[in-house]
Ligand binder design. Structure first.
Ligand SMILES: *[C@@H]1O[C@H](CO)[C@@H](O)[C@H](O)[C@H]1NC(C)=O
Length: 127
C-alpha cells in the first residue's frame, strides 16, 4: 500500500512563502484584492464610496492613499469598517483642497502589504 511518504510540493510551497515573505519586506503572496477602487466621476457636493476589499490572513488593515500620500481623515472623509473610503460632499469647502486625484488603497497584514491599482476621482461641474 502506498501509505507514508509523500512527495514534497507542500514543502516547496512553504519554502517559497518563506523566501517571498521575510519580515520587513513587501510580500506578494497570500494577500490579494477581492475588490479595488474604480474610476469615478462625482457631482460636486455629492458623496462617494470607493471600495477596497482585501483577502488574506487576518487581521488585514486597509489604508487609503491619494496621489501617493496618506488620505487625511476628517469630518468629511473616513474609512468605513469594510475598508471602503467614504467621502461626503465631494469637492471640499471653499479654500480646501480638491478631492480630485488618484486614489489607491493599501492593504496590510502581518507579512507585508499590497497596493491597489489607481482609481481616478473627478468632479463633474453641475451646470
Ligand atoms: C462598504 O459599506 C458601504 C456603506 O455601507 C457600502 O456602500 C459599500 O459598498 C461597502 N463596500 C463593500 C466592498 O462591500
Amino acid at each position: 500500500m502506498a501509505t507514508g511518504r509523500r512527495s514534497a510540493p507542500g514543502g516547496m510551497l512553504l519554502l517559497w512563502a518563506a523566501l517571498l515573505c521575510f519580515p520587513g519586506s513587501w510580500c506578494f503572496s497570500e494577500l490579494l484584492f477581492v475588490k479595488g477602487p474604480q474610476d469615478v466621476i462625482v457631482t460636486r457636493r455629492e458623496s462617494v464610496v470607493l471600495d477596497c476589499q482585501a483577502h488574506g490572513d487576518a487581521p488585514v488593515t486597509v489604508r487609503w492613499m491619494k496621489n501617493g500620500v496618506k488620505v487625511p481623515e476628517n469630518d468629511r472623509i473616513s474609512t468605513l469598517h469594510n475598508g471602503s473610503l467614504y467621502i461626503c460632499e465631494v469637492g471640499g469647502r471653499k479654500g480646501e483642497q480638491s478631492d480630485e486625484g488618484f486614489y489607491q488603497c493599501l492593504a496590510l497584514y502581518k507579512y507585508g502589504a499590497i497596493l491597489s491599482q489607481r482609481a481616478h476621482l473627478s468632479i463633474a461641474s453641475n451646470r
